[in-house]
Each structure stands twice: as structure tokens, then as C-alpha cells.
Ligand binder design. Structure first.
Ligand code: ASP
Length: 308
């Protein structure tokens, strides 16, 4: 059973914990699909959403998750808070604790920042993306989307193509999927694959064809232009032509293979529009999985806090 104060990464989570989150998330997803958006699992609780980096999907889905569960959700924009006056993360955390926040959802450009916050506050901390380190709830929602289609993650071949070096999504997925018995194949320009991914269990492929061949899931990752140092690849056009996925390449995957992308998408770069809008694309479905997974994580962490 999930007995965690914080959810910071999938590096140290067990397959049992992942299954518990996904099972509950599936229940929540079914309920939302039936139009149920008023639940009371987090009645009387406060969830503060503290983002030091831009976001559309993650921020809104955490807010929806908290509200659907009956909690009060508070958004703090780092640019308009005392953070902009130079307040340290630890002092911000102390303030949020003094206000008796129950959960803090944090996104931060520095890897490890949520770990520091979690050590300092009594509130439960959920990592909503820390630099290029991890984005655990994104990988959980990706796994929920895959599991809903295939019934199980065991034995699936998941091909991940794109900017793996700067992707916290790639790392969290690798940790989670390996624990659940899936195979993870990666392909990108060599400059966009960090050393050691193979030691963490990824199969590093030599071509798009090798990565896509027989894949059950094709996951594109955004070229993270805001984190790019010069010289990783010649131009976006050349990236698209040599490393992107188009419909012809998609046909190398299994006939019923699904397409995923965490968003936001650079249309026509990592995936062509034909692939993004393909009938087997589950990119929009991932968004609803995101609300459900965040509801499940908050609910289970709340139960752990109550000692249930
Ligand atoms: N939204 C995801 C993240 O925050 C993926 C991306 O930005 O490319 O990591």
C-alpha cells in the first residue's frame, strides 16, 4: 500500500504501488467519464499548486483533481509571489506549512528542488516536474493510458523518440515501465540521449526503424527548445526529416499500436500532424488520464497521512 508522505519520483516506487495508483485512477477516470465530478475524498483539505515553470495540462489537471475530490485548490504563480522578491524555497515552504496546507504540488526548473521542499515541510509534496529529472505523475498517466488499451503493461514494447536528454518524462517512464515489465526502446540523435540510459534498462536503438519495429506504443517527446544548448542537431527541419515520426514510419509499429505524447507538441517536428491526429493517437485521452492519476495519488497520500 502507498505509504508515502511525498510523491517525488518513480525511481524508488514499487510495482505494487504503481498498480495501486493505476487501479484507483482507472476508477476515477470511469467516474469522470460518467460525468461524476463531485467527490469527497479530500474534503476539508488544501492543495497548493506552486509552479516555477510554465504549464498548461499539469497545472490545470492538478487543480481539477483537487477540486473534484472536494479540496480547496490554491494556485501560486512564482512570478507574482514573494519568490519574485527573493524568498528561498525553504522559507516559502515554511509559510505554506504555517498555513496548514495539506499538499504542495511543485514544478521547478532545478532537479531535486521538490526533494528539498519535502524535507522541510509537513505537507505532502507532489513533484509536478523538476528540471530534467522526473515527472512522476506524467509517467503514471502514460501508463494508465497504455494499460486501459492493453489491459496490462507487462511485455509491451514502448518506443520513445525525441529529446530524451532534456526529458523528465522519459526518465520517469523508463523507471515505471521497467518495473511493470515493459520493454523501453529509445531513439534520438546521439547528442539527445544521456549516457547511462542503457544501464537503467532502456534499449538504445540505432534507427527509427529499429525503435518502431513491432512497438505497441509510440511515444513522441518534445524537443525542449527552452533547455537546448547549441549543437545538439543542425535545425528543426533536419531533426524532423531524420528523427521525427511520420505515418509511413508509424506503420512499422504493430497494426494497433497507439501514439502518445505528453504535450505540448511541436507539430511537424517530433511527430507529423498525420501522426498526432491519427485515429490511433491517444494524446487527448492522456489528458483525462492525467486528472484521474492525480486524483488517485492525492487520495492515496491522504489515506497514508491519516494512517489508513
Ligand atoms: N509537459 C511535459 C513536461 O513538463 C513535457 C514537455 O514539456 O515537453 O515535462
Amino acid at each position: 500500500m502507498l505509504k508515502r508522505k511525498d510523491l517525488l519520483g518513480l525511481i524508488d516506487i514499487s510495482a505494487e504501488e504503481i498498480t495501486e495508483i493505476l487501479d484507483l485512477a482507472q476508477e476515477f477516470k470511469n467516474r469522470i467519464k460518467r460525468g461524476e465530478k463531485k467527490m469527497n475524498h479530500l474534503d476539508g483539505k488544501t492543495v497548493t499548486i506552486l509552479f516555477y515553470e510554465n504549464s498548461t495540462r499539469t497545472r490545470t489537471s492538478f487543480e481539477q483533481a483537487a477540486k473534484y475530490l472536494g479540496a480547496t485548490a490554491i494556485n501560486i504563480e512564482a512570478s507574482t509571489s514573494s519568490v519574485a522578491k527573493g524568498e528561498t524555497l525553504v522559507d516559502t515552504g515554511k509559510t505554506l506549512d504555517a498555513q496548514r496546507n495539506d499538499f504542495i504540488v511543485m514544478r521547478h526548473p532545478m532537479g531535486g528542488a521538490p526533494y528539498l521542499l519535502a524535507k522541510t515541510v509537513k505537507a505532502g509534496v507532489l513533484n509536478a516536474g523538476d528540471g530534467i529529472n522526473e515527472h512522476p505523475t506524467q509517467a503514471l498517466l502514460d501508463m494508465l493510458t497504455m494499460r486501459e488499451v492493453y489491459g496490462s503493461l507487462k511485455g509491451l514494447k514502448v518506443a520513445i523518440l525525441g529529446d530524451i536528454k532534456h526529458s523528465r518524462v522519459a526518465k520517469s517512464n523508463l523507471f515505471g515501465l521497467k518495473k511493470m515489465g515493459a520493454e523501453v526502446a529509445m531513439y534520438a540523435p546521439q547528442t539527445l540521449i544521456p549516457k547511462g540510459m542503457d544501464q537503467l534498462g532502456a534499449k538504445i536503438c540505432k534507427s527509427r526503424q529499429e525503435a518502431l519495429d513491432g512497438a505497441d506504443v509510440v511515444m513522441g517527446l518534445r524537443i525542449q527548445l527552452e533547455r537546448q544548448e547549441a549543437g545538439n542537431f543542425p535545425s528543426l527541419g533536419e531533426y524532423a526529416a531524420n528523427y521525427g515520426v511520420n505515418e509511413e514510419l508509424l506503420s512499422l509499429a504493430k497494426p494497433n499500436a497507439i501514439v502518445l505524447h505528453p504535450g505540448p507538441v511541436n507539430r511537424g517536428v517530433e511527430l507529423t500532424s498525420g501522426v498526432i491526429d491519427h485515429e490511433r493517437s491517444h494524446i487527448e485521452d492522456q489528458v483525462l488520464s492525467g486528472v484521474a492519476v492525480r486524483m488517485a495519488a492525492l487520495t492515496l497520500m491522504n489515506e497514508a497521512r491519516r494512517g489508513n
